[in-house]
Design a protein around this ligand. Sequence first.
Ligand SMILES: Cc1cc2nc3c(=O)[nH]c(=O)nc-3n(C[C@H](O)[C@H](O)[C@H](O)COP(=O)(O)O)c2cc1C
Ligand code: SF4
Length: 380
Amino acid sequence: ADIVAQVTESGLRGRGGAGFPTGIKWKTVLDTAGDRKYIVCNADEGDSGTFADRMIMEGDPFVLIEGMTIAGIATGATKGFVYVRSEYPHAVAVMNKAVEVARKAGVLGASVLGSPYAFDMEIRVGAGAYVCGEETALLDSLEGKRGMVRAKPPLPAHKGLFGKPTVINNVISLASVPVIMDKGAAFYKDFGMGRSRGTIPIQIAGNVKYAGLFEAAFGMTLGEIIDDIGGGTATGRPVKAVQVGGPLGAYFPRALFDTPFDYEAFAAKDGLIGHAGIVVFDDTADMLKQARFAMEFCAIESCGKCTPCRIGSTRGVETIDRIVAGIEPEKNLALVTDLCNTMKFGSLCALGGFTPYPVMSSITHFPDDFKPAPVRVAAE
Ligand SMILES: Cc1cc2nc3c(=O)[nH]c(=O)nc-3n(C[C@H](O)[C@H](O)[C@H](O)COP(=O)(O)O)c2cc1C
Ligand code: SF4
């Protein structure tokens, strides 16, 4: 209970995308009775431009093992699983070796470092579906089933892996715990702004001069990140848009570069931070194509469980194609907007529910790209 209180006090929020307070999640599992409980680490890392989880697993696997073991001791879980995407063979090899070393050293096993607590873990490999990063689809996949999203409730904290109370956290969330235990909640909380506490590994990719990972306290503006850290575009052309938060994140124009990197500030501008991946585009980007890509991505990756996402995304691609072909563009643009509302409010999970973010932000911030062909040619 003391560990859970410390993690709650630190203000740590989940780094996988939703930014849910980690301590509250752990408290729910701690307070839920179960003959077995699990710690599941989400290392599916499917967002575009992201590689922070991979760097932790390949570079410092023990900090993750330590974080998961602390989570186990705190909540009463005795078994952990790391679900790693198949595209990360080196991370899988390093994690497997590190688990072996930790077991031999007595960190994992029937008695963690001679304490009365048992905790052991296994590394599992996914099969390449983006939706298996969604926590309930991930649990289905871990159980050996096809990765389909489960309806909530029940929450995984109540009925998760094999129906048992389960903590499911992102790699960075769990890897942040040892420093909180070591230096205290107040130390961690001292970094950041508003309700976004601590540091975040920002991953800058796409058409950018200095691509890479930059860890900073929350609160830098988007402009500082793109221009000062990223050095602008690699092509030297003006930045047109940046997509923050993976394939379901909004496209922000330069006019929004004063937005501080903070969960609430991004949400207030219809955007998201997600796993802190940023993809930069120069002024040659066609935002209509990007909007179509978002719908197409959703159609390909949809688990198929709910109608707005399964059918809506395909109808979205078709409707955007009609705009490209110059068929009743205004009517079809209104239809895309209407469809986005249905997907946003009617989808079971954030794959269908957040696909409207890249689509609607493209329409809102870059309306010229959605004009019928002759006007677009004239504008160019
Ligand atoms: C379609 C979809 C894909 C997701 N992919 C990931 C992922 O690759 N890694 C991740 O940590 N969270 C991902 N999430 C978020 C998880 O569902 C969940 O919020 C997260 O594992 C919780 O851990 P956290 O609280 O530590 O962030 C995804 C969510 C959705 C809807
Ligand atoms: S929104 Fe898409 S991915 Fe999510 S449950 Fe519905 S069909 Fe599956």
